[in-house]
Design a protein around this ligand. Structure first.
Ligand SMILES: *[C@@H]1O[C@H](CO)[C@@H](O)[C@H](O)[C@H]1NC(C)=O
Length: 120
């Protein structure tokens, strides 16, 4: 009986160690926010965008107001996707956050698609 307990303990330790080796995650952001701008002379390049000087960030850098408006679903798939990502809200840059509003016509569908890297 003692030998079985030792085998279970050994298996548990080996699997716990394997889980420890296999863990993966995106690194935590190095700063609270990085408001994206397109001017290469204006700041530091992070996550495919340049960061605005944090002292110049304003509330509008974190605001988007069109999600209350339905998209036109009069198209081939009968749906309309309104995306909200760093291109609409520059303050989302590096935060790993994006969202969409999807409007469906009756019998509309969301065609198969992918989400590479999860967010943009
Ligand atoms: C989605 O709706 C918007 C707003 O009505 C429209 O400008 C856009 O062309 C629509 N997109 C598609 C794919 O139908």
């Amino acid at each position: 009986m003692k030998g079985i307990h030792s085998i279970f303990l050994a298996c548990f330790l080996v699997s716990a160690f394997a889980c420890f080796l296999a863990s993966a995650f995106d690194p935590s952001p190095l700063q609270d926010f990085c408001v994206a701008i397109d001017d290469p002379k204006a700041g530091v390049f992070v996550n495919g965008k340049f960061c605005k000087d944090p002292k110049l960030a304003v509330a509008d850098d974190f605001f988007f107001s069109r999600l209350n408006k339905p998209g036109n679903t009069n198209n081939r798939v009968g749906s309309n996707v309104t995306t909200v990502n760093v291109d609409q809200i520059p303050g989302l840059n590096t935060l790993g956050i994006s969202l969409v509003r999807i409007d469906y016509a009756p019998y509309g569908e969301n065609p198969p698609h992918t989400h590479p890297r999860g967010t943009v």
